[in-house]
Design a protein around this ligand. Structure first.
Ligand code: COA
Length: 268
């Protein structure tokens, strides 16, 4: 990882970071290879999201790509020279990267500007919300390499799109247009290409204004509850509600409603 250690926003290899108030935009920048990820990029993304997690004044993140790709997946060129151990180290590193996004308590919006393929689609699916340009194309085309997706995409796609459609998409490797992604419910909103960043940033700013602890709890509860039994998940919801009820932000939110004023949340 390249890191220039400025106090405000550090420098990570292949990533451009930009702050606007409480929102951080992370732009994946390896345009000549359609932002395909190698081990240095995965390390950078992982470190970046761990850094974001520690920043109390960042409340929401937009993740996007430069050029015509969000991310065209793993750097296939690197696969050529891998032995089995190196290949699995690479896959594990990918999973650690997705985990750093899922474990980051702040909401992460994928602003998908173009190709989101293989690990790039899995990256979008590791985020909390997906805004797609009308030029976005999603897909898990690993079958064309004689492989299967290794970053969790098989089960995630099967859960959102259902097993029949997921099998078709996985077995053919066909690309999914943004509008179909919305029909399949892994895209929240499709925008004109030129309005993608603006739309994602507006949504991020809206999330950044909410009570941080409640937003963080919602991310965790949905992520962890979706694979639990309904009873277990609801018990978990209830325990979070109890701790939020005791928070200063909840007192402020309720007081502001009663006093007919804007709430000022502190994340406490
Ligand atoms: N790994 C490594 N390099 C990649 C890449 C990847 N996943 N995806 C694209 N690139 C490189 C190309 O090799 C090319 O490099 P070059 O100019 O040095 O030859 C450059 O990015 C531009 O890609 P190109 O294929 O010329 O663009 P295109 O517009 O014709 O096609 C895609 C775009 C996305 C359809 C095509 O690049 C593609 O199928 N990529 C692989 C996607 C994939 O299978 N991902 C899953 C990996 S497990």
């Amino acid at each position: 990882m390249d890191r220039a250690g400025t106090t405000d926003v550090p420098v990570f290899a292949f990533l451009a970071l930009e702050r606007t108030a409480r929102v951080l935009t992370v732009t994946i920048s390896r345009e000549e290879k359609l932002n395909a990820m190698n081990d240095r990029m995965m390390e950078a993304l992982t470190e970046c999201f761990r850094w974001i997690q520690r920043q109390n004044d960042i409340h929401a993140v937009v993740l996007t790509g430069v050029g015509k790709a969000f991310m065209a997946g793993a750097d296939i060129g690197g696969y050529h020279d891998f032995n089995m151990g190196q290949f699995f180290d690479f896959q594990d590193q990918g999973r650690e990267m997705y985990r750093s996004i899922e474990a980051c308590s702040k909401p992460v919006i994928a602003a998908v500007n173009g190709y989101a393929l293989g690990g790039g689609f899995e990256l979008a699916m590791a985020c909390d919300l997906v805004i797609a340009s009308e030029k976005a194309k999603f897909g898990l085309p690993e079958v064309k390499l004689g492989l299967v997706p290794g970053g969790g995409g098989i089960q995630k796609l099967a859960r959102v799109a259902g097993s029949f459609l997921a099998k078709e998409l996985l077995m053919t490797g066909r690309f999914i247009e943004a509008a179909e992604g919305k029909d399949l419910r892994f895209v929240n909103e499709v925008t004109e290409h030129d309005k993608l960043r603006e739309t994602a940033l507006r949504l991020a700013a809206q999330l950044a204004e909410q009570a941080p602890l409640a937003v963080q709890a919602l991310k965790k509860l949905v992520n962890e509850g979706r694979d639990a039994s309904l009873e277990t998940a609801q018990a978990y919801d209830r325990s979070y509600l109890a701790s939020l009820f005791c928070s200063e932000d909840a007192k402020e939110g309720v007081a502001a409603f009663v006093e007919k004023r804007q709430a000022l949340f502190q994340g406490k």
